[in-house]
Write a protein that binds this ligand. Structure first.
Ligand SMILES: Nc1nc2c(c(=O)[nH]1)N[C@H]1C(S)=C(S)[C@@H](COP(=O)(O)O)O[C@H]1N2
Ligand SMILES: [Mo]
Length: 354
């Protein structure tokens, strides 16, 4: 299917080629699984040209442990396998839709995707390492080459509680070996947390008695305001409650009649209870219906059939409520780096009925 493949490749919206930062086209966000070939790309440094020789790859576990460990890829494959669905979203997804500009990659809604991941539970590895009482954070290091002359490695840490409860080390993505650009051969996945907490090309895990300190922990991936020291801002961890509209497209011209509005709703560690849709700019709301699987950590696809009668411009909005009764905000809270845009108004889609 040569034509199909060409179309697929064109569908990525490339924001920067080197490092590669590209978002998934809305058309590819309409299924529960996001195919590996169209899954969004977010990289701090240049992509490596060839996969590592798997016989040379090693994973170390060091720091606040009773026993330092060294794993080969075969050692990892021999451990009990876990399969989990998880929606991965870049912390800055939706940034370009904020009313007030924020710096960073200009994501619309395509810095997100859902995959079924295969791998091993981090807690199973840590059990073998005899983690000390003093361990509070777990740092992850990849073997990608850092960008720029400063050469700062992308190292980040997560709290020990997250590492021991719901963090996967994934070597498989949607039934295939983890693709090179998504972290081959192994990546961390702090389930339900933003992409920055999910280190690719993993090679080192270090148990620390405090959060890791460094550029990618203290200067970015924090919520802060102008004139505030970034280090005093809250660290970006959980994916925020949010709803995206994947059909129709922004400014699409459509004939009147039945229009199938499609979208996805997600909120990381919690589940989605309800999605409501408005086709009159937020004056009235109707319930959407869910389609497809309902799995922890994974988004829910939904649809709403709109009987469009009047010609002219119409504003479609969608809003989600989680299982604890929280509803996403009408407007997102602003921060300097534009993280966590989950505003209903920011994600509105205007269409024209002709
Ligand atoms: N080693 C390494 N891991 C990384 C990054 C990186 O640049 N280097 N980028 C992070 C960010 S910010 C995101 S959003 C996700 C993106 O994962 P993907 O490219 O597989 O979609 O990987 C994360 N893990
Ligand atoms: Mo990200």
């Amino acid at each position: 299917m040569e034509m199909g493949r060409e179309k697929t490749e064109k569908a990525m919206r490339i924001m920067s080629a080197n490092p590669l930062n590209a978002e998934t086209a809305k058309e590819h966000l309409r299924s529960w699984i996001t195919a590996n070939s169209v899954f969004f790309d977010r990289n701090q440094g240049a992509l490596m040209e060839a996969p590592i020789d798997i016989s040379q790859w090693r994973l170390t576990v060091t720091g606040e442990v009773g026993k330092e460990l060294l794993f080969s890829f075969d050692d990892i494959l021999r451990m009990p396998k876990a399969i989990v669905a998880n929606t991965l979203e870049c912390s800055g997804n939706g940034r370009s839709l904020l009313k007030e500009k924020a710096s960073g990659n200009p994501w619309t809604i395509g810095g997100v995707g859902n995959a079924v991941w295969g791998g091993v539970w981090l807690k199973d590895l840590l059990k073998k390492a005899e983690v000390k009482q003093s361990a509070r954070h777990v740092a992850f290091e990849g073997f990608d080459k850092p960008a720029g002359s400063a050469g700062i490695k992308f190292v980040r840490s997560i709290p020990i509680e997250k590492a021991l409860s719901s963090t996967l080390l994934a070597y498989e993505m949607n039934g295939e070996a983890l693709p090179l650009k998504h972290g081959y051969p192994l990546r961390g996945l702090a389930l339900g947390w933003t992409g920055a907490n999910c280190i690719k090309w993993l090679t080192g895990i270090t148990l620390l008695d405090a959060p890791f300190e460094g550029f990618f922990m203290d200067k970015v991936y924090r919520i802060f305001q102008k004139e505030q020291d970034p280090k005093t801002g809250e660290v970006v961890t959980r994916i925020a409650l949010k709803c995206i509209i994947t059909q129709p497209l922004v400014n699409e011209k459509l004939p009147g009649g039945q229009i199938v509005v499609l979208g996805a709703a997600y909120c990381g560690e919690r589940s989605i209870e309800r999605v409501e849709v408005s086709v009159d700019g937020g004056q009235t709301w109707e319930q959407a219906s869910f389609i497809g699987p309902n799995e922890p950590y994974a988004w829910r696809q939904w649809q709403y059939v709109w009987d469009a009668r009047a010609t002219g411009a119409h504003t479609i909005m969608a809003r989600a409520t989680d299982s604890e009764g929280n509803r996403q905000p009408d407007r997102a809270g602003w921060n300097v780096l534009g993280y966590g845009n989950n505003g209903v108004e920011e994600h509105a889609v205007v269409v024209e009925i002709v």
